[in-house]
Write a protein that binds this ligand. Sequence first.
Ligand code: AHR
Length: 493
Amino acid sequence: MKKAKLLLDKSFTQNAVDDRLYSSFIEHLGRAVYSGIYEPGHPTADGDGFRGDVLELVRELNVAMVRYPGGNFLSGYNWTDGIGPADRRPKRLDLAWRSTEPNTVGIDEFFKWAAKANTQVMAAVNMGTGTPADAGAMLEYCNHPGGTYWSDLRVLNGHRKPHGIKTWCVGNEMDGPWQICQLSASEYGNKAREAIKIMKWTDPSIETVVCGSSSPHMPTYPEWDRIILEHTYDHADYLSIHRYYENAGDDLNFLASFHDMEQFIHTVTSTADYVKAVKRSKKTLPLSFDEWNVWYQSQIKLEDWTEAPSILEDNYSLLDALVFGGLGITLINNSDRVKIACLAQLVNVIAPIWTERGGKAIKQTIYYPFELLSRYGRGTVIRPALHCPKTETAHGDTPLVNLCAVHDENKGELNVFALNIAGEELLLDADVRSFEGLSLAEHICLDGNETGLTNTFAKPDAVKPRNIEIANEVVLPKKSWNLLRFTSKPTAP
Ligand code: AHR
């Protein structure tokens, strides 16, 4: 059996994991909003029309923030369409997804939903058709206490207390030709900087996120990041990046996606640090990885001008969940720079939660690794010393195991997440002796012989993690994603 040797030392601390690493995203796209989070008339709907079954599943994920309202939708969205009396809101063409947008849900409703879901709103302002002044107006509407046109309008609409939204994305993927009103790097850099000035003058307590490259495949990458940061470095608080993976037919390459993500993060970080040096700045810019997931982008089929069409409803397999879990491990290992990460998206659209109109809400396979990462991946990252065999993949020389460790000193536990991409079992020789009193109490594993298996409405539990009995040796099953919990006493079954 192949072996991996792991040393975890209590003093090799890296950083505290920011809770916002476990954030997500809801866009006005497909059925994310309508018949996803909002479906008046659904048997579990509350007085505001929000689905109770979905709220329960979202709460279980313990999501720190939810980015809203887009995505590509954002770049054609007039936020004022979504406020005021519902019967007077206009229906609009959504040019990003070729759908019809009823505007029944807007920022006020979403803010209410987020409170019920125990999460915060990460708002986004339109830098496509929208202007810096529009961005300032939206912020004034949301955060200003009162006594001005926009803040009084919020009060008139029934929301006396300001929403107090702290984190604001300034546009979305403005490097992409698919974006409504795409901009060049210097055009976006100028526009974003002026928008941020207006926004921060309106409310100095906010944080802003500027659009970095939407993927390393962009011809403008990483020049885009350099140029936009040269315009915005002193004003912005985070640089946004996005990355999706899909299986191009080779399981090993797909499983090794984490290695590509790792390199993407490092290149973007180096680019940001280059601008820091050019600017002689003392500030180090953190990253907001505000869209990440597995997404079968090559299979998109849009419907023309339907309201809430069933589009981008990827049904995730076990293999997808393994890849997804590997990406989550890489985010934790890079959480010294990645402070915010949004699983894109949350409900129905490339999502861990899948609903039927008027029916069930189920957990897709990717729900499980996210839930476990979010529950047990909080605390201090311990830098692992890992020696394990490597293999050549499309992403370069790739370790067969991707692993991270998080120590929660208050709870007295050490949690190790490990993805084994090999098609065979791997013995993990873990030395954790500096964590006195802690021993392996639980081994949770996501694996199976049928890696193509998915959860469906007919069989919602086809894929879920299992518990592996603790033995003298830790064996990571072939193609598996694992959580090893070291605690001071064995966890009750
Ligand atoms: O999440 C789906 C889409 O992916 C978003 O609208 C866009 O920002 C990205 O290209």
